[in-house]
Each structure stands twice: as C-alpha cells, then as structure tokens.
Design a protein around this ligand. Structure first.
Ligand SMILES: *[C@@H]1O[C@H](CO)[C@@H](O)[C@H](O)[C@H]1NC(C)=O
Ligand SMILES: *[C@@H]1O[C@H](CO)[C@@H](O)[C@H](O)[C@H]1NC(C)=O
Ligand SMILES: *[C@@H]1O[C@H](CO)[C@@H](O)[C@H](O)[C@H]1NC(C)=O
Ligand SMILES: *[C@@H]1O[C@H](CO)[C@@H](O)[C@H](O)[C@H]1NC(C)=O
Ligand SMILES: *[C@@H]1O[C@H](CO)[C@@H](O)[C@H](O)[C@H]1NC(C)=O
Length: 368
C-alpha cells in the first residue's frame, strides 16, 4: 500500500515537473540568421568549458568547431544569433529524480566551477546547470548572476553552494522559473527572502533544503507573487505556517510542498487552507497537531493531501469533506488516527476511490 502511494506521488511529481521542462528539452530550431555564432559568445562558452575539470558523461564533447549554436545544450535566437539558452542538467538525474542525490558523488556529473565568463552572455534567457558538482571556491558566481537580467529560467538545483542566497537575484525581474533546491546537508541559507517579491512573473519556486529558519513572514512575501503555481519549500527549517493572510493573492497555486519543516502548531491555522486552487499539498513531517479545518472542504481540486509523519495526536477528520471529489491520495500514515474509523469514512466523499485506500492504511496500522 505504502509503495502504491509513493508511486502515485512520484507520478504526480513527474507530470508537474515535465510541464515545466518539456520546452527546455525540445531540439533546437535551426537558426536562420546567417549561420555561425557570435565570436565573443563562443569565447565566453569556451571559458566556461575551461572551468570544467571533469566531464565523464561527455556532455561537452560537441563543444568544438565554429558554430557554438550547434553545441550540445546551447540554444541561439534564430533571428539575432545570440546565445539564449545553456542547458547542461546532469543526465543521470532522469534515472532517479526523487531519491537523495549528491552530484559530487557521481562520476557522470560535471565537476569544476562556473566561470564568471557566463555573465557576458547578456542575452541568456535559460540557464540550467542543475545536479552538477560546480560549487566553485566561494559561491561568488551566484551573487554575480544578479546581472543576468534577461533570464526567464534559472535552475541551479543540486549544485552544493554554501553561504547566503544573494538578494541580488531579485534583479532578475523576468524570471518565471527559479530552482535553487539543495540536496543533502545544505550549507546554503537566507535570513531575508523579501527580494523574491521583486520577481513579478515567477511561476515556479523551489528553495527546498535552503535553511530559512527565523524568517518570520515568508507567506507574506510569497503572497506578493500572484503568478506562482508551484512552491517547494521542503526541509527549509521554517518555524511556522500559521501566519494570517488577509487576502490570498496566489490564485494560480497548484502545488505546495512544505514537508519536513518545523511547524510546531495546530494544523487548523495554516495559511495554505485558503489556497482552494491547490491540487497537491504536502505537509508531511512537520510536528503539526490538531484537527483539519472545515475550509479543507472547499479545496475541490485537491488530488493529493499528505499529512503523514506529524505529531501523534488527533488527526481525525470531522468536517464536511463531501466535495473533495478530486482526492486520489490521502496520506495519514504514522499519525495516530484516533477515534472511530466509521466517522472518518462518513466524512469523506463517496465520489473517489480514496475510501479503499484509507481503509487499507487503517488496517495496516492495526496490523489486521
Ligand atoms: C524561430 O524560433 C521561433 C521560436 O523559437 C519559431 O517559432 C520560428 O519559427 C523560428 N523561425 C525560423 C525562421 O526558424
Ligand atoms: C541589482 O540592482 C541594483 C539596483 O536595483 C543595483 O544597484 C545592483 O548593482 C544590481 N546588482 C547586480 C548584481 O546586478
Ligand atoms: C497581495 O495581498 C495583500 C493583502 O494580503 C495586498 O496588500 C498586496 O498588495 C497584494 N499583493 C499583490 C502583488 O497583489
Ligand atoms: C503560530 O505557531 C507558533 C509555534 O510555531 C506559536 O508560537 C504561535 O503562537 C502561533 N501563532 C498563532 C497566531 O497561532
Ligand atoms: C466554502 O466556500 C463557500 C463559497 O465561497 C463559502 O461560502 C464557505 O464559507 C466556504 N466554507 C468554508 C468552510 O470556508
């Protein structure tokens, strides 16, 4: 049963993920601006290549010859010839997108550092160097990236940077996609994320694994970015999620992952219950306690609700949840489901197959 649930969760992550990456993986259009790439940009890419000390997967083997627009991972604007895309996500991640993954322990990653020569690619819109071991000596490159103001898409996830997340990233005002997620024991932190509110087009944000403890009003900052559709703030050491938002601007929010933080308060007062557009809500492993609020009954798009691994208190669902007809996965595992299972079953919708799944879980817990 548990495996089925994990599998379903995994499938959902894949489909949300591919929604954002399909475009990036499309083959390049042949460029029609007259052939060849701009020499200064080619030089900048070759400098970047010099910073790479190991490339066992041969990602950069095609980085040779005059026309850098034909090199692997490079995309050029077909009118102007400028390099607009650099996409060198480590390939082995596709094999294992969810497990713990340290790019510095995999031969197939790129090793080395990110050369500041990239900053001269002024027209770059898409930069993805994720899941490679490119931390560099002091993460300085990340501060400098605040000048790459044409970026729409920035994925540096899995690169084990250390130190403060630079607020200069707030200069990247065209960003739609920002992934700075860390895996493993992260050395990256922030004390202030208000710069995020300067990214008015942001649809995808992940800072999972970045230490954000002590940031009091993070929901308020997010609430100033109405286009957000996906937020991953898992394992960030966030202290609470019970801030009150008078008005929720996040009317497009579909996926919210707040698992493995440190919300030691009642489940009832989470700000996210106002986000009735959510399809996926992960609150697992947070030391939350208390009851689910009645407002949950209005989250009619919700497909996955994970409140597993919280405090062993009364997680009984007592509200009116008959309208949760999209619900496919309700994970209550390792919480004490106190009370009468019959009451729980009665409060759930008849319109989904969730009933069976829940019963199995319950029986599993009782060892039946
Ligand atoms: C240039 O690229 C755009 C999208 O990237 C595409 O729609 C257009 O057809 C291309 N033009 C030519 C001449 O290849
Ligand atoms: C970011 O923008 C500010 C002005 O808003 C400017 O002073 C600063 O130099 C910029 N930082 C970078 C890294 O470009
Ligand atoms: C979001 O909502 C708050 C009220 O909670 C409001 O003050 C703020 O101006 C809104 N921001 C945006 C960007 O819509
Ligand atoms: C929010 O939760 C914290 C514990 O994480 C608690 O100290 C605080 O009183 C709670 N605030 C409200 C308004 O419930
Ligand atoms: C659910 O939504 C309806 C309509 O917006 C509202 O009247 C009702 O109060 C909401 N229910 C809860 C429990 O928030």
């Amino acid at each position: 049963m548990r495996r089925t649930i994990n599998l379903l969760l995994a499938l959902i992550s894949i489909s949300i993920f591919s929604f954002f990456t399909n475009d990036a993986l499309q083959p390049q259009h042949p460029h029609a601006h007259g052939g060849g790439c701009i020499p200064a940009e080619r030089a900048a890419l070759l400098s970047f290549k010099k910073g790479i000390t190991s490339d066992s997967a041969n990602l950069l083997i095609s980085w040779d010859g005059q026309d850098c627009c034909r090199w692997r991972g490079i995309g050029c604007n077909n009118r102007t010839g400028h390099v607009v895309k650099l996409h060198l996500r480590s390939t082995i991640v596709e094999d294992n997108p969810w497990g713990y993954y340290d790019p510095c322990e995999h031969d197939n990653s790129l090793f080395g550092e990110i050369s500041p020569s990239l900053l001269s690619l002024k027209h770059l819109e898409h930069l993805d160097l994720s899941m490679n071991c490119l931390p560099g000596p002091n993460s300085k490159i990340l501060n400098l990236m605040g000048s790459m103001t044409n970026l729409r898409y920035l994925d540096l996830s899995g690169i084990p940077f250390a130190g403060r997340v630079p607020s200069q990233l707030g200069n990247l005002s065209k960003l739609q996609y920002l992934d700075l997620a860390q895996t493993g024991n992260s050395m990256m932190y922030s004390m202030d994320i208000t710069w995020l509110a300067k990214l008015p087009f942001l649809q995808f944000l992940s800072m999972s694994g970045v230490q954000l403890s002590g940031i009091a009003d993070w929901p308020h900052t997010l609430n100033m970015i109405p286009p957000l559709r996906v937020i991953h703030l898992s394992s960030c050491s966030l202290d609470s999620a019970n801030q009150s938002l008078l008005h929720l601007n996040l009317t497009k929010l579909e996926k919210l992952d707040l698992s493995s933080n440190d919300f030691e308060h009642s489940l009832t007062y989470g700000w996210f219950w106002k986000a009735t557009t959510l399809k996926y809500l992960d609150l697992g492993d947070n030391r939350l306690f208390g009851q689910l609020p009645d407002t949950l009954g209005n989250m009619t798009y919700l497909q996955v609700l994970d409140i597993s691994r919280n405090e062993n208190t009364n997680m009984m669902m007592t509200g009116y949840y008959k309208n949760l007809c999209s619900l496919e996965i309700l994970d209550l595992s390792v919480n004490g489901i106190n009370g009468d299972i019959a009451v729980l079953m009665k409060s759930l919708p008849q319109c989904t197959s969730i009933q069976t799944a829940l019963l199995e879980l319950y029986h599993h817990r009782l060892g039946i």
